[in-house]
Design a protein around this ligand. Structure first.
Ligand SMILES: Nc1ncnc2c1ncn2[C@@H]1O[C@H](COP(=O)(O)OP(=O)(O)OP(=O)(O)O)[C@@H](O)[C@H]1O
Length: 706
């Protein structure tokens, strides 16, 4: 065991016409320091290496080369390109003008006569990037040695995984799965055996054509998905210590981080992409942060497909190289600072690295090889044009061979295992010549001891970090309850019982034992037997079959014909002693029990809270009712009061009017009285005047008389 820091480099690309500016904000010095300075922002940080705008692709490749070479010694290696959209990730990983020049070859790599095509994609690249340079280097270094390389090309688009080599239209998203034998793997992902650098370039070119791209503000040809070009490197021969080496090489060209463009309205699809990209990059940041903080109790690998897929290539057992790409332009200072901060955080990860060595006589390896050989033979048998009779014979031979292998397990020599590996490779080559591809679910046949219902297997703690649903059934990465892949119809009779078969007098598995052959073969056998019995042969009971997934055979899509094999990932096989396994199982069991106990507590708490909540709601409802009644009563009272007041008002009004009338009447009466008094006074005065006149008249008459 040795420990090593992850390596972080920054690559500054030159100013481009698309930047529309001559103002720069990024400065560097000899000490691999980067300064971002634009009056508004200031950041200075130090990295393992800083590549200037004029640095060549060759110089960048030299930086990752030591880690690359180590893959041949059994160390995993992951190279990331991280940065803002248009900052040069694809340029760094694939090469200058890769996307524009990608020729997507329309020729067979091998013509029908088996002659090699002369096409060289490398020549068409202006300055090959890390991936083509690494491929050239690996094949040049292993020319004389015996290594096998398996390649696959994945893209993660909107949190869905697609096989870039098979699924141009992103029709079928793939699932990430994990188990004890294969580790973390992508179900249904094809792996191609590549015999030369040219093989790899063809795959690269084909996959890259299928990548999701879109024009963004900063890049006319922006990659909108994360892509991972994976290479598995395996030694064919065991070394003097009887050890086989293998390593996984991941080249990740991450989708560019991008800010929401407020000025130009973005299409919904673009916004969704942007959200998913930023989310998964943020999870990558969190994982890196969690690894760096040394608190490994919870690392959120499962929060994004990218981190889940790279779980065994992040933090442990892997040399990780992060190349942060930035633009020097002042207009991108904010994005540049955020990229540099991400790179800073990444620097803090301490990576423990160990070799992927596996003893050639390791039981798991033998089981894996046996299983693969069994499956490949089945496929070949189905493909070959032989009649049923021939097929039957071959299956008998295979049955016996497998029987022998089963009994021999544990007493294998290194040479025998190497022979198994050789045989495995040859079978794949034969499939390659036939241009056959298949779904690797077929290979995912549980070993005999696992042929119990899946939940039992989970309980034994065989799936690290496995999640269960409320009924204790295992969940997959998408949170769905797992169904046994190939064992949905698996015999429920429990583990395999090793008793001699009464019909053929050998130990199972044999054709009379349930759970041995696939449906197709079993059907062929059944009909072969029935025709044999019709012809007077001894009648045999055929027994039930496993009902496993039928081998799916289809022609390879596109013109490339190559070897196909399927993901068999199991990288941490060292120290795989039974006691360590038992301890691990125990620890997992305890962990699961703890989780269940915690879940129960949480459920109890939740129930209690629910009850409290219901109570509160009831009280609230009662209070509300009372309040409503009260308000109704008040409304009625108010209405009555209002009525009374109105009545009073009316009365007062009437009274006021009556009073006024009275007053007016009084006034009228007074006026009348006054008038009457005046009339009377006038009358009296007139009377007096008349009397006076009468008096004076009388007196004059008297005087006259006198
Ligand atoms: N070091 C460099 N030297 C010259 N040109 C470069 C360099 N880096 C990037 N470029 C150019 O800048 C443009 C954008 O680069 P590239 O496509 O690699 O960006 P990207 O980070 O992969 O973007 P996205 O995330 O949007 O896919 C391309 O035209 C590329 O050729």
């Amino acid at each position: 065991m040795e420990s090593e820091h992850l390596k972080v480099a920054v690559r500054i690309r030159p100013l481009l016409n698309i930047d529309n500016t001559r103002d720069v904000a990024v400065y560097t010095n000899e000490q691999n320091e980067v300064k971002v300075l634009d009056g508004e922002h200031y950041l200075t940080s130090n990295y393992d290496k800083v590549f200037q705008p004029e640095s060549s692709q060759e110089q960048v490749f030299r930086f990752i080369e030591p880690a690359l070479i180590k893959t041949l010694k059994g160390f995993n290696c992951t190279v990331f390109a991280y940065g803002q959209t248009g900052s040069g990730k694809t340029h760094t990983m694939f090469g200058g003008n890769w996307e524009e020049n990608n020729p997507a070859p329309q020729v067979y790599y091998k013509d029908p006569q088996g002659r090699k095509s002369e096409i060289s994609i490398l020549k068409s690249l202006q300055g090959p990037g890390i991936i083509p340079n690494s491929i050239t280097k690996l094949f040049a270094d292993t020319e004389t040695k015996q290594f096998t390389f398996y390649c696959s090309f994945i893209q993660i688009y909107n949190e869905h995984l697609y096989d870039l080599l098979h699924d141009a239209r992103r029709d079928k998203s793939l699932r990430i799965r994990e188990n004890k034998i294969y580790g973390i793997f992508v179900e249904g992902l094809a792996e191609f055996v590549t015999e030369s650098a040219e093989d790899c370039f063809l795959l690269l070119a084909k996959g890259d054509k299928n990548r999701a791209v879109r024009q963004t503000r900063f890049n006319h040809h922006s990659s909108r998905s994360h892509t991972i070009f994976q290479m598995l490197v395996e030694t064919d021969k065991a070394n003097k210590r009887g050890v086989l080496k293998k390593a996984k090489l991941n080249f990740c060209d991450l989708a560019g981080s991008e800010k929401y463009d407020k000025e130009n309205s973005m299409a919904m699809e673009h916004i969704k992409e942007l959200k998913e990209i930023n989310k998964s990059l943020s999870v990558l940041g969190k994982v890196i942060h969690a690894l760096g903080s040394g608190n490994n109790s919870h690392i959120p690998y499962r929060d994004s497909k990218l981190t889940r897929l790279l779980q065994d290539s992040l933090g442990v057992n892997t040399r990780t190289i992060l190349i942060a790409t930035i633009s020097p332009a002042a207009v991108y200072a904010e994005e540049t600072i955020s990229t540099l901060k991400f790179a800073d955080r990444a620097k803090q990860i301490m990576v423990k690295i160990k070799k992927n060595e596996v003893s050639a006589t390791n039981d798991q390896l033998i089981t894996k090889l046996q299983r693969e050989i069994q499956h490949l033979k089945t496929l070949l048998n189905l493909n070959r044009k032989g009649g049923l009779q021939e097929l039957e014979q071959k299956i008998w031979v295979l049955t016996e061979e497998n029987q022998k292998l089963k009994h021999m397990k544990g007493s294998f020599t290194v040479q025998e295992v190497e022979r198994l590996k050789e045989e495995n490779k040859k079978l794949r080559l034969e499939l390659q010549q036939a241009g056959i591809t298949t779904n690797n679910e077929d290979l995912f046949i549980p070993p005999r001891e696992e042929m119990t219902p899946k939940s039992t297997k989970i309980k034994s703690g065989s799936l690290p970090e496995s999640r269960n649903d409320s009924k204790g059934k295992p969940l997959d990465d998408d949170g769905n309850t797992l169904k046994p892949t190939s064992g949905s119809n698996i015999s429920k009779s429990g583990p395999f019982v090793s008793r001699m078969c009464p019909n053929c007098k050998i130990y199972p598995p044999c054709i009379h034992t349930s759970g041995y052959v696939t449906n197709d073969i079993s059907k062929s056998l059944n009909s072969a037997y029935s025709s044999a019995s019709n012809n007077g042969a001894t009648s045999r009971s055929t027994g039930s079959t496993l009902g496993q997934t039928e081998p799916h055979i289809s022609k390879l899509e596109g013109p490339i014909k190559m070897n196909v094999r399927y993901r068999m990932t199991n990288y941490v096989l060292e120290n795989d002693s039974a006691s360590a396994q038992l301890k691990e199982d125990e620890a997992r069991k305890k962990e699961l029990q703890n989780i269940r106990a915690r879940l129960n507590k949480i459920t109890e708490l939740e129930n209690y809270r629910k009850e409290q909540f219901r109570k509160e709601i009831r009280e609230l409802e009662e209070n509300k009712k009372k309040e409503e009644e009260e308000s109704r009563r008040k409304i009625t009272e108010d209405a009555k009061k209002k009525k009374k007041l109105e009545e009073k008002k009316r009365q007062v009004e009437e009274f006021r009017i009556a009073k006024k009338i009275n007053e007016e009447l009084e006034q009228l009466k007074a006026a009348e009285a006054k008038r009457e008094a005046d009339i009377k006074r006038k009358k009296d005065n007139e009377q007096k005047k008349i009397k006076l006149i009468e008096y004076y008249n009388k007196k004059r008459e008297q005087d006259l008389d006198d």
